[in-house]
Design a protein around this ligand. Sequence first.
Ligand code: F6R
Length: 614
Amino acid sequence: MCGIVGITADPLITGNIIPQLIDSLKRLEYRGYDSAGFAFIECGADKLLVLKDKGKIDSVVKRHRVGSKCGTTGIAHTRWATHGPPSQRNAHPHADCRGEIAVAHNGIIKNFAELRELLTAKGHRFTSDTDTEVIAHLFEEYISKGMSGFDAFKKVISLIEGTYAIVLIHLGEPTRIYFARHVSPLIIGVGEGFNAVSSDIPSLLPLTRRIIVVRDGEYGYIEPYRIHIEYEGAKAEWRSRIRLVTWSIESAEKGGYPHFMFKEIMEQPRALYETYNGLLSAAAEVDKAASIISSADHIFVTGAGTSYHAGLVFAYYMSTITRLPVIPFIASEYKAYEGLGGRRAVLIAISQSGETIDTLQALRAFKARGTRIVSISNVIDSTIPRESHQAIYTRAGPEIGVAATKTFLTQILALTLLSISTAFTLGTIDSREKEDMINELEKAGKYAAKGIETSIRRIETLTDVLKNKTNMYILGRGLGVPLAYEAALKVKEVSYIHAEAYPAGESKHGPIALIEEDYPVIFIGASPSKEYIEKLQGNVMEMKSRGAFTILIGHDAYNGIKGLDYFVSVGNPSELLAPYAITPPLQLLAYKLAVSLGRDPDKPRNLAKTVTVE
Ligand code: F6R
């Protein structure tokens, strides 16, 4: 949902900041890639330069020879279009009438039309269709009235409504970058002889590991040797909020892999290992969350996209291990649950980024009714964990590919530990059973590796069979259902082949009407139990007898069931370990389909990671 970055540096220490600005922006490209732009104070010149265009960052940099320029203070933006189609004029940063102010923005200014009308009446000339441009003109308006830069900026912030992360530079104050945050994420990178702001942590990793998460409603400015943050007119103490990020630079780079998505699928064994060990050593986090859940009489779980699917897996384990019912809902549908929640309820909010607006709104609505909030996130100090009563962090490392992969499995691992701990707190399982299950989960990473190893060849052949199809079903039972939903989402979003998931038993109630000769149907064999195998066998036959091309990806126990055209074994995981063995082959299938069809799996069309608009 747009990425913004700003760097201001002492030229004697860091020299030209343009290479860093380009590099940091490129690390944000997963947030949107409709257009890109740069605005900076030129080295040694009393001039603000704006270079921007339609297209991905590399092509904009090349077309405008951005790399050959020299700057000391600059901002940059990569856009996921909301107001105005992707074009040069709509690309950020946007300037004022005199070209002395430049602003880049992530979010939506709801009242931009009236502000624009007002400013136009005062003689301001607009050159884009965006909501953002009003910010530059408003700032210009107050500066021309004699206000100081900071007062003008504060005035602007008080007038705009909507969601935003903003960075603004002004020729009159050439070493300063103003920033403000309302909902859309923003962090400050604390440097020596420089400071930076960005939409996320990975983009600043080559510059600094010391970060401050800007909180909702905060605004201020950075200079090479100064950071100033305010909230509602009062200065905010920030030194105690500096966090040392442990993510390595390599973890945010492709490291020889052709795509981030592939790298992130392949590093799941390590991500699971680190999450497992991290959570065992922070067992108090999980136990505290479990005690909140145990004392609740209603348990809700929410998230968007992949995180919602992790929530469905949680609901499955809560039912089978903990024996408690969970009410899952898609975060953007939170209004439908308006009368629910309250002091005796708990909401588990799942979000890898910790910033997804739908999940945040659901959290806030439930919290306002007194509901206790437990969250699962991969990004330390992000808004969702910060607004929760108890946060549990996964340790997946930064996820750059737009499609969530490693964060899904690490979320499931954290949620399964939570189910086990809740079951123990409630006495549904004893300490021995708890220990056995926790020991079993230690093998999650091993099973992910095994799932990849045993299936990779078969997945490659399957890709050749499926790449020319336009539709497919993915069907499962029990635990296989949320895994099927997730697999269908992955196939759709990166390969653009239409994939639809259903509980296998439900397929007879309508979806089967589409089956004709060679229509692909992928079955997921998650549970090795006799009952599940027999029932899935029936579903395979129903599809086969209507001409479907039937595939099964799953546990060895499903090998040999009748009516299958293609079987992909993932080994023999228990039900507790099945997600880790089954999901990577399905992610690989989506990835390989995308690559074989010439798509860019890291930047699927129309999508952006971290959705911060409702
Ligand atoms: C799918 C995907 C999205 C996200 C969703 C929630 O591959 O990445 O569906 O899962 O936008 O994002 P988070 O988990 O950051 O709240």
